[in-house]
Design a protein around this ligand. Sequence first.
Ligand SMILES: [Zn+2]
Ligand SMILES: [Zn+2]
Length: 212
Amino acid sequence: MPFRPLDELDDLEDIELPKLLPLRRICSTKACRGTARPGGRHCLACHARAVQRYRDRHGQQLATRRRDAAAMRDEATCAADSARAKLAMALRRGTMQRGLCQRCGTAAEVLAIIEDPQQWRDVVWVCRRDRDVARERRRDEEAQLAASRERAAWAEERTRVLAAIELLPPDIRARLHALAAQGPAGSTLSPEAPLYMMNLVRVYKASRDRGR
Ligand SMILES: [Zn+2]
Ligand SMILES: [Zn+2]
């Protein structure tokens, strides 16, 4: 058989690559050829059987734990749980239907949000993605609120301390201002520097605490 000339082989596009086999993990159960669940060792059927076996063996224990957990719930959690249970029942009976995401209109992965457990029929349906977005936004808003509260508290304290310093004898006032002007590494801060103001509040409070 004649060899193919080398220059022909160099043209790699002509050589077909072997097809990659799709990655598939086999269930760890002996003699089972099922596909393992993502992140699990067993196939769905074997996993379900294992869970059932565990429940059968530990039924008493699980019931006790469930009862204890139920007894520990506070009133608000009880109300929320009961609202969720009523909704689940209504969905099973078909007296209520799962809605579309209020924000994007998808029907996929829609979650029920019950604002008021007493009005559990007033469900807001929202998809998982939009729920996460809303959660993230709420967290941001809370962080911003906390930051602005902190800023307001600082402004108030600064005003209070400056007013108190004005009432001190001139020599003590001068001493506090001299201390406040001491910047990092022997530098001198100008009275407009934010650090100057922070120093001033700090040295004033420290001197007042000592004077007590
Ligand atoms: Zn299996
Ligand atoms: Zn959505």
